[in-house]
Write a protein that binds this ligand. Structure first.
Ligand SMILES: [Zn+2]
Ligand SMILES: [Zn+2]
Length: 389
């Protein structure tokens, strides 16, 4: 019998506001939205940023993907965590059932989340009102430190340090523990302790990494966010296995996020930068997690046969070099067949050799691994790279 799997998909990873700048394309510009399918089939959505629209389109195109009931956990009411709601098409289908969880805001009073829905869709901000959403919806208020069971999974909440409040969620599934702690600034002793309790022994610890450590100490102090360094520190302190850097700043280009990830990987073994389309699977508590990017965006492809020499790092950090043939050259990247399996989100150097009148010419490119799949030939991996320069 195969072991039960928990599957965590990232549909939106950007903090504060969506971005469409091509320089942020690789990690993605949609605001926070994660989807978790627990081993027992219980389905969760974490936050309702603009990534929620993409998830909704996915469900609509594949009706078998739409579950009977979905549990939607909302961390707080800032725009970037709710702005996808009016655009989530499954909410307009009466056969769907959603159970929402969020806290009572002192600015809104009872039924805070329902009020947020209504206000967002009030005239003249949106063309149809709240009553047009005919899916069955229930709202539940949760408090700091609450713990409840959904299917075979236990959900625990903890208050975090963010302007107007924010709650973090810990979801214990039979396949392992997933912790979602975004929009949190370190420095308040009681709330720092909350974060540590939330993240204790997590298999996947998704943490706010909006700012660099330098920004957090100076110009962005008090803005309610954290850095990769704080995430690494907490992960070490509470034995969280895999850290996922999340809520990227809208001004952080892909190259800046690359640098943040590189810094974090120097201090902790298992770190990923949240990326739209990334899927992390958990097989059993304590087992290393697997990350994939099955939905990496396609681009124009050209078939080709170039000799290439590839240098990079394996998943356990060893350097490798090998000769291969480069196929399917795209405008932004290539699919390589390699005997080595490089680390997802690591850099590769690809030297392409092309014959010319003056002999063989070399083209040296830097690539970034976005995808790893079983190779066409036995013992090889198909490695998708996008070229960065
Ligand atoms: Zn946010
Ligand atoms: Zn916020």
């Amino acid at each position: 019998m195969s072991s039960p799997i928990a599957k965590l998909s990232f549909w939106g990873v950007r903090g504060s506001t969506p971005t469409v700048d091509p320089a942020t394309w690789r990690y993605g510009g949609n605001t926070p939205c994660l989807e978790l399918i627990a081993p027992d089939g219980t389905k969760f959505i974490l936050d309702c940023g603009t990534g929620l629209r993409v998830l909704g389109s996915r469900w609509t195109s594949d009706p078998s993907a739409t579950p009977a009931t979905t549990h939607i956990l909302v961390t707080h009411y800032h725009w970037d965590h709710i702005q996808g709601l009016p655009f989530f098409s499954p909410l307009y289908n009466e056969t769907n059932h959603f159970q929402f969880y969020s806290f009572r805001s002192k600015f809104l009073g009872p039924d805070s989340l329902r009020q947020v829905f209504e206000a967002q869709m009030a005239l003249p901000y949106f063309p149809v009102d709240f009553s047009a959403m005919n899916a069955r919806r229930k709202f539940r208020e949760v408090e700091d430190g609450e713990s409840f069971v959904l299917g075979e999974n236990r959900v625990t909440t903890r208050w975090l340090n963010h302007p107007q409040g924010c709650i973090g969620f810990r979801i214990e599934t039979p396949a392992g523990i997933i912790v979602y702690a975004t929009d949190n600034e370190p420095g308040d002793a009681a709330l720092d302790k909350n974060l540590c309790e939330l993240a204790a022994d997590a298999d996947i610890f998704v943490n706010d990494a909006q700012f660099t450590p330098g920004q957090l100490a100076t110009t962005r102090k008090g803005w309610g966010h954290s850095s990769w360094k704080e995430g690494v520190r907490v992960a070490r302190e509470v034995n969280a296995k895999t850290l996922v850097l999340f809520h990227h700043d809208p001004d952080s280009t892909d190259r800046i996020v690359d640098g943040i990830l590189r810094d974090a990987r120097e201090e902790l073994d298992s770190v990923f930068a949240a990326s739209e389309g990334m899927v992390i699977t958990l097989g059993a508590p304590g087992e290393p997690v697997q990350a994939h990017m099955p939905h990496a965006r396609a681009s124009m492809r050209r078939e080709a046969q170039f000799r290439a020499c590839v240098k990079g790092l394996t998943a356990d950090g060893r350097e490798f070099a090998e000769e291969t043939t480069l196929r399917d050259v795209a405008l932004q990247g290539a699919l390589l067949s390699l005997k080595h399996a490089p680390r997802l989100q690591s850099e590769l150097e690809v030297v392409i050799e092309t014959p010319s009148a003056e002999g063989v010419q070399q083209m040296r490119l830097r690539g970034y691994v976005v995808r790893i799949e079983p190779g066409v030939e036995k013992g090889t991996s198909g490695v998708g790279v996008v070229f960065t320069d």
